[in-house]
Write a protein that binds this ligand. Structure first.
Ligand SMILES: NC(=O)c1ccc[n+]([C@@H]2O[C@H](COP(=O)([O-])OP(=O)(O)OC[C@H]3O[C@@H](n4cnc5c(N)ncnc54)[C@H](OP(=O)(O)O)[C@@H]3O)[C@@H](O)[C@H]2O)c1
Length: 259
């Protein structure tokens, strides 16, 4: 697909991978809608956490950017978000589901509320967003959904029960949507990163030694993978782009949260 002039919604775009994806798609001439709850303030100042700051950075990259504060786990907010994008741009060509929530937690610390917040943001969110754009894509006769999966959607990880369940679920959601929507020329892709250097790791207190940082995937690489997969022609189906660490950042552990 030619990206120039097309419209992309990127969830989780206030920081981390979502922001890098929005910036990369902006460089390809896309018009952007940036979605996040937008609750975080810019702390520290060199890591833009606020949605407005993120949108300003995308505009600095030369693209149109609409910031839409919305909780992807809330069906009404997701529907309103899609309507706002249509009102602004008149079309939607791409949905990138990058928003997630899910700190590490033991099974005992995974309360039902914690489970719900993880699954509601990380699995139900992509479902609700896909459900809201599907009629638009069908009307247009084309559309692309990129779900940001994870290595944790392919292998189990210690102290990540709810997160792994959500990411394995996202793989199933992507496969089912592919079956249902491909006849409408709607492509569904997964991009599945391993450990990637985003603010999340510092937020959950991971020990970011120079070696860990050195071995993590730069988020720009994931953003480039998203742009690459979107640019493939319609007759090509790319179900998943797994991106692994070349060397394990965590010295023989699958994650720093192993006990
Ligand atoms: N970092 C890694 O090593 C890694 C590895 C594999 C896969 N991934 C996947 O990559 C994606 C991005 O991860 P990241 O590390 O960039 O995460 P991050 O830095 O923690 O960013 C998460 C984003 O999601 C937004 N968000 C959280 N809850 C939301 C909600 N209910 N509604 C709307 N937006 C919400 C956050 O903004 P607000 O708080 O303002 O809402 C933020 O913009 C996720 O799907 C994650 O599972 C990450």
């Amino acid at each position: 697909m030619e990206l120039k002039g097309k419209v992309a919604i990127v969830t989780g775009a206030s920081r981390g991978m979502g922001l890098e994806i929005a910036l990369e798609l902006a460089r390809h001439g896309m018009r952007l809608a940036l979605v996040a709850r937008g609750l975080r303030q810019a702390q520290p100042a060199d890591i833009p956490h606020s949605l407005a700051q993120a949108a300003a950075r995308v505009q600095e990259a030369g693209a149109q950017a609409l910031a839409i504060p919305a909780n992807v786990a809330d069906a009404a907010q997701v529907e309103a978000m899609v309507q706002a994008v249509l009102e602004r741009y008149g079309q939607i060509d791409v949905l990138v589901n990058s928003a997630f929530w899910g700190p590490p937690a033991s099974i005992e610390d995974t309360t039902p509320e914690f489970w719900d917040q993880t699954l509601n943001t990380t699995l139900k969110g992509p479902f609700l967003c896909a459900r809201a754009v599907a009629p638009v894509f069908k009307r247009q006769g084309s559309g692309r959904i990129v779900n940001i999966g994870s290595l944790a959607g392919k292998v189990g990880e210690d102290n990540r029960t709810a997160y792994c369940a959500a990411k394995w679920g996202l793989e199933g959601l992507s496969a089912a949507l592919t079956e249902e929507l491909s006849r409408y020329n709607i492509h569904v892709h997964l991009v599945s990163p391993a450990a990637t250097d985003t603010p999340w790791w510092r937020e959950v207190g991971a020990n970011m030694t120079p070696q860990v940082v050195e071995r993590m995937i730069p988020p720009q690489v994931i953003a480039q993978a998203v742009a690459w997969v979107l640019q493939q022609p319609d007759q090509v189906h790319i179900p998943d782009v797994p991106v692994y660490n070349f060397r394990n950042p965590f010295e023989g552990k699958k994650s720093p949260f192993e006990t």
